[in-house]
Write a protein that binds this ligand. Structure first.
Ligand code: SF4
Length: 137
């Protein structure tokens, strides 16, 4: 793996494996491995929140040392180390989400401007119609 790899994508790939392979006997491993996978998948889908890095770290910290076999540590350690060593990449995802939200808001503003142009044109047209036309109601 070279340094061009997206570390959130890589962690999601690892989390998919652990989420699938957990036997489910211990609650922290059964639930936590899937939570971590859902968080990294959501980040990749453009739904990252600013505190996702801390949330991932918190979930991982609550798995390691709380299970009956070493799979708990095995699934927690990648998340703990990725978030610690590549934190900026995780935070950048939240920034991307914010930018795309702002872009959507500006699209909406542009649509609003079009709607107000149409409303003004309709209003101008009504004012231009000759008086006395229509049904007289
Ligand atoms: S820690 Fe081991 S025993 Fe516990 S749920 Fe995970 S895989 Fe199963």
């Amino acid at each position: 793996m070279d340094d061009s790899r997206d570390m959130v994508w890589v962690l999601n790939n690892i989390n998919e494996f652990y989420g699938h392979e957990s036997c489910g006997q211990c609650t922290p491993c059964r639930e936590g491995s899937l939570w971590m996978q859902k968080i990294t998948a959501r980040m990749l889908d453009g739904g990252s929140a600013y505190d996702d890095a801390d949330l991932l770290r918190s979930v991982a910290d609550n798995i390691a040392g709380r299970t009956i076999c070493a799979f708990g540590e095995a699934c927690a350690w990648p998340t703990q180390s990725f978030v610690a060593k590549f934190r900026a990449e995780f935070l950048a995802y939240a920034s991307k989400t914010r930018k795309s939200s702002l872009a959507k808001a500006s699209d909406f503003a542009s649509d609003s401007a079009k709607v107000s142009d149409i409303a003004k044109a309709s209003s101008d047209k009504l004012e231009d119609e000759p008086k006395g036309s229509g049904t007289g109601h």
